[in-house]
Design a protein around this ligand. Structure first.
Ligand code: FAD
Length: 515
């Protein structure tokens, strides 16, 4: 008597949602209502180090979705379930209670989730319920972009060329999935289904209370409208010369300069952290509040082109190449389950010797390493739940190659604090910086944090904003304060000398397993 769509943490939207759209079409065909379910699984959140910020963002989006769906007479039923291993039994029991004949969902490529969904398929089949899981997260489905020999690419550039050609060979990849149709009001005459409308969405998940909830709400408003405004802010609104947060990026009106839109300056300024020129769409893409397809369609409209132009020739093309990275890391995740299991992609680096230095790790987390750019980045993460991409690279490289601390500890700290935390991109980024991942560059890519600082923050505004102890410094001092200046300002001295640390990293990577 119902067709069910199982919404997950990465597809929190109604529009352009393939599984929801397919569920709706099926329901129309069968003359049945659609029911939407979302299962909160605290054990999964614990196992995957989900940040309270990301969980809070999920709940806020669900509230928005519930209201929107209710206007279509579609119930959104949110339930908390433990233990996580019995989720398959739980969902099939619910399907039976609702007399559902069909279950739809978008595929999650993470290992635990795939294993869970296989079990759901088995149990549902035994109960006579059809199940369809479909690709929705990426622009091109994992498993499609392969080398001539039929293998999965492990290098971005050739993968990206093939990916772009695939995308442009058939624009169905970016076609919009139709909105779900309204349920017949008959649904209210079924007491079991009617009751689902009255089940509230919790304000928090026990054990994952978000301490800075109000700030997060202000900075990262929930809902599809907010996601579109964020995209619009990137594509159309004028870029700002400074002010990198924390504030609501959508309410910045008065401070805008009269320069070009972010989308037009992206190519040349995306690596500058002292400017606010990137899209900040990542929390919305990670949670699926907006589809990657929609981002691409808007970019194409703005460019006035009929094909996807993800090349470095233009500013928007450069941005689309970043969106491609998201697909790339998901393709890697889907093809190599070991990246979901804390294993290095390049297994030869499994035995690199790491420092067990709790004090250094703590200083890095709190932004007290004595390297201003690293500290500014970490403090941005701690205050905003978000960090500029260049800073994610600088801070992670510093943890791994300078402090020689296991990349997995940094990966976890990011996931625990990011509002856009996403296994594929976070793991991909960390393994890239740790030289254990799909980067063709060998391990001797080691950033010098001081020269990186001059490039990423030429004005010093970024550091001054997040490291107020240094707010009065001008010139080169801001990037590398002398010992005298640091002591005077109460700013920590560097934990380590970069040149020595660099030599240690080279030695340890060259001969994994040796000091
Ligand atoms: P824009 O520059 O406007 O890019 C647009 C979109 O493209 C982003 O929103 C994102 O979806 C995608 N994108 C851009 N760069 C990358 C990239 N390098 N890898 C994958 N996708 C990318 N991104 C996450 O969404 N979640 C994470 O948990 C995450 N962890 C990271 C950890 C490390 C160590 C590194 C180096 C990068 C990580 N990234 C992560 C990628 C990137 O830093 C963020 O996506 C980006 O900073 C988000 O800001 P934006 O939306 O303004 O990006």
């Amino acid at each position: 008597e119902a067709v069910v769509y199982w919404m997950r943490m990465e597809d929190l939207r109604i529009s352009d949602n393939r599984a929801l759209s397919r569920a709706s079409t099926q329901a129309q065909k069968d003359g049945m209502p659609v029911v939407v379910i979302f299962i909160i699984s605290p054990q999964d959140y614990l196992a995957h180090d989900r940040s309270p910020r990301r969980i809070d963002f999920t709940l806020r989006n669900l509230k928005d979705i519930k209201t929107r769906l209710a206007s279509l007479h579609i119930p959104l039923y949110v339930t908390v379930h433990t233990p996580r291993r019995t989720i398959p039994e739980h969902i099939v029991a619910l399907l039976q209670e609702w007399k559902a004949c069909h279950l739809f969902g978008n595929i999650e490529y993470e290992f635990d989730e795939l294993r869970r969904d296989i079990r759901v398929c088995e149990l549902a089949k035994a109960a006579g319920i059809k199940v369809e899981f479909m690709h929705d997260r990426c622009l091109v489905d994992p498993g499609i972009v392969l080398t001539q020999g039929g293998r999965v690419y492990t290098v971005y550039s050739p993968w990206q060329r093939n990916w772009l050609a695939t995308l442009n060979s058939n624009l169905k990849w970016i076609e919009e999935a139709p909105l779900p149709k309204r349920n017949s009001e008959d649904i209210y005459s079924n007491p079991t289904l009617k009751a689902l409308f009255d089940v509230d969405i919790p304000d928090y998940v026990h054990g994952f209370e978000c301490k800075d909830r109000e700030k997060m709400r202000e900075m990262w408003p929930a809902g599809e409208d907010a996601a579109r405004q964020m995209l619009d802010r990137f594509l159309h609104a004028k870029a700002r010369s400074s002010q990198m947060g924390p504030s609501n990026p959508l309410s910045e009106g008065a401070e805008m300069s009269d320069k070009k839109s972010r989308a037009l300056v992206y190519k040349d300024s995306r690596d500058k952290a002292d400017k606010d020129t990137t899209s900040r769409i990542s929390p919305y893409l990670a949670a699926g509040v907006i589809s990657a397809r929609e981002c691409v369609r808007h970019a194409m409209n703005l460019q006035g082109v009929k094909k996807v132009q993800a090349t470095r020739d233009t500013s928007l093309g450069t941005w689309l190449m970043e969106i491609a990275w998201r697909d790339f890391y998901n393709h890697v995740l889907a093809a190599y389950p070991r990246v979901s299991m804390g294993r290095p992609f390049q297994e030869k680096y499994a035995n690199v010797i790491w420092e067990m230095n709790e004090e250094h790790l703590q200083a890095w987390k709190e932004g007290r390493t004595g390297v201003p750019i690293v500290d500014a980045g970490m403090r941005q993460l701690n205050t905003m739940g978000w960090m500029h991409n260049r800073l994610r690279m600088i801070t992670s490289m510093y943890l791994v190659k300078d402090l020689m601390i296991d990349w997995r500890l940094g990966e976890r700290y990011f996931i625990e604090n990011l509002v856009d935390g996403d296994l594929a991109s976070n793991n991909g980024g960390w393994q890239w910086c740790a030289s254990t991942g799909v980067d063709p560059q060998p391990y001797f890519r080691i950033f010098n944090p001081y020269s990186q600082s001059e490039k990423a923050d030429p004005t010093g505004e970024y550091i001054r904003h997040f490291v107020p102890e240094l707010r009065d410094l001008r010139g080169p001092d801001i990037h590398k304060p002398s010992e005298k200046v640091a002591v005077k300002l109460g700013y920590p001295l560097p934990l380590i000398k970069h040149e020595e640390a660099r030599k240690r990293a080279l030695r340890r990577y060259k001969n994994p397993g040796e000091e």
